[in-house]
Ligand binder design. Structure first.
Ligand code: IPD
Ligand code: CA
Ligand code: CA
Ligand code: CA
Length: 267
């Protein structure tokens, strides 16, 4: 295993165990609001510090971009770690046991290493570019479908961008005619990993941040998924709008998006 993937996994497990412990003792959880419907807790911050400490100890010269801390600069600009210490904070705050720790490493602008850890189920999704994707030690693959029929699609509602509600509902409604059903799990990182594992057949969401997607998208692609933005291009890390699925389901989702999205969503 790549030594940097080893460090990523060590950091994710350490942070995940910290989060899981805090679920048992919710008296220690302090929640505040970053914006409308946008929560953060002292556990997000504590988990993030654990991850930063593990990475900095092994690679003090690397750069880090972390959701709660922002940019931690290092001397070597070629290496950039992208961290979401707790993906699914709203679930965590409500006591819904579905969230994850997400860590990716980009080298010279390309994601090389990724891991997403679900501490409640003890599931570790990981990938190294060119070497496939794994759940714990088992190889995972995206599902194979000939079109949208029978598919289960995961999505996230645009709760931070409600100006898009109407177009978003149109997309969901058009997809619902052809797919079997939807899931909205509340952790985009796990949604992408579930595409990778064939647990859902496709995923789309708009307005995501790089740390929501960086690890999950490599895991999904290494499992055979295609990832695009809403126009079918590959600018999702910039726009935050992502679609991930096997080739035929992706085509089906993009078709419905194209017919129903507003102009801003297609950029
Ligand atoms: C959120 C989760 C959620 C998605 C949101 C994200 P956070 O991340 O991934 O599923 O719908 O857009 O912001 O804030 O819990 O790390
Ligand atoms: Ca957040
Ligand atoms: Ca997130
Ligand atoms: Ca987060």
């Amino acid at each position: 295993m790549h030594p940097m993937l080893n460090i990523a996994i060590r950091a994710a497990r350490k942070a995940g165990d910290f989060i899981a412990k805090s679920v048992e003792n919710t008296d220690n959880v302090e929640t505040s609001q970053k914006g409308t419907n946008d929560f953060v807790t002292n556990i997000d911050q504590g988990a993030e510090q654990i991850i930063i400490d593990v990475i900095k100890k092994s690679y003090p010269e690397h750069n880090i971009v972390a959701e709660e801390t922002g940019i931690v600069e290092g001397k070597d600009a070629d290496y950039q770690w992208i961290i979401d210490p707790l993906d699914g904070t709203t679930n965590f705050v409500k006591g819904l046991p579905h969230f994850s720790v997400s860590i990716a490493l980009r080298i010279k602008g390309r994601t090389e290493i990724a891991c997403v850890y679900d501490p409640i189920r003890n599931e570790l999704f990981s990938a190294q570019r060119g070497a496939g994707a794994q759940l714990n030690s088992r190889r995972i693959r995206v599902s194979v479908n000939k079109d949208l029929s029978g598919t289960i699609l995961a999505t996230g509602f645009p709760f931070k961008a409600k100006q898009h509600s109407e177009s978003y509902v149109k997309i969901v409604s058009a997809l619902f005619v052809d797919c079997a059903d939807f899931r909205r799990t509340g952790s985009a990182a796990l949604d992408l990993c579930y595409v990778a594992a064939g647990r859902v057949d496709g995923f789309f969401e708009l307005g995501l941040k790089p740390w929501d997607m960086a690890a999950g998208e490599l895991i999904a692609r290494e499992a055979g998924a295609l990832c695009t933005d809403f126009s079918g291009a590959t600018d999702y890390m910039q726009s935050g709008n992502i679609v991930a699925a096997g080739p035929k389901v992706l085509k089906g989702i993009l078709g419905k998006i194209r017919e129903n999205a507003n102009e801003a969503m297609m950029k």
